[in-house]
Ligand binder design. Structure first.
Ligand code: SAH
Length: 222
């Protein structure tokens, strides 16, 4: 059965989505909350329309402007790692892109702050999140490499584009009490997905896995 309601099953059958969730479980995603949010978030609305029939495959898809939305496994993995330390109130995302990752985070945390450097993506995602009645995501057009200092501290920061080094400002905007940063770091091509946890002035670093992200770039593109 099909349902065209944007809040519901969307253009894809429940079975297709359930198959994706089974695949994520098989790959080691355990959090029931994260799995449920991925199952119910209408990913087909966040990708180019011509590719929406592939939205529930576990694959990265283009979102225009040379940018890509990560495969669901990576979104799930990053979200699960971010939330693994307990409930988060304030989360900063760098690289809003389509808005999908922000939409996935929105029911799981109290407030999401999301920064994007490409004006057209910033505007499109803002419109889509509004259409979906997602109200706890605050967005800004800016170079997110310097974080969002007036809103700090953040319990969690998630970066969805890869710098070759961790921007110092992001570390400084993490909560001193168990703030968590998930960030892909490395050269263009393959990077390490890192989890940094902060306790006071101590930053613990763990490598989660090898990933491929678009680069974190400087400046704003109007
Ligand atoms: N989280 C996004 C993934 C988009 S791809 C989603 O769910 O769709 C990465 C995004 O990071 C792109 O939109 C790119 O424009 C953006 N980006 C790259 N460098 C940036 C920077 N310095 N500040 C903010 N956004 C940046």
């Amino acid at each position: 059965m099909r349902d065209v309601d944007i809040h519901g099953i969307g253009m894809t059958s429940r079975r297709t989505r359930d198959r994706l969730i089974q695949r994520l479980k098989d790959q080691g995603i355990k959090s029931p909350e994260v799995l449920e949010v991925i199952r119910t978030t209408p990913r087909h609305l966040f990708v180019d329309e011509a590719l929406s029939h592939r939205a529930y495959e576990d694959t990265a898809l283009p979102i225009g402007f040379g940018q890509t939305l990560s495969q669901p496994y990576i979104v799930a993995r990053m979200t699960e790692a971010l939330l693994a330390g307990g409930t988060l109130e304030r989360v900063l995302e760098i690289g809003t892109g389509s808005g999908y990752q922000a939409a996935v985070l929105s029911p799981l945390v109290k407030k999401v702050y999301s920064v994007e450097r490409i004006k057209a993506l910033h505007e499109r995602s803002r419109k889509l999140l509004r259409t979906l009645s997602i109200r706890n995501v605050q967005q800004k057009l800016n170079d997110g490499g310097s974080g969002w200092s007036v809103m700090e501290p953040f319990d969690g920061i998630i970066v969805t584009a890869a710098p070759d080094q961790i921007p110092e400002e992001l570390l400084q905007q993490l909560s001193e009490d168990n703030g968590r940063l998930i960030i892909p770091v490395g050269d263009r091509g393959v990077q390490d997905l890192l989890l940094i946890t902060r306790q006071g002035d101590t930053f613990k670093r763990e490598i989660l896995e090898a990933v491929r992200f678009v680069p974190l770039l400087d400046g704003v593109q109007k």
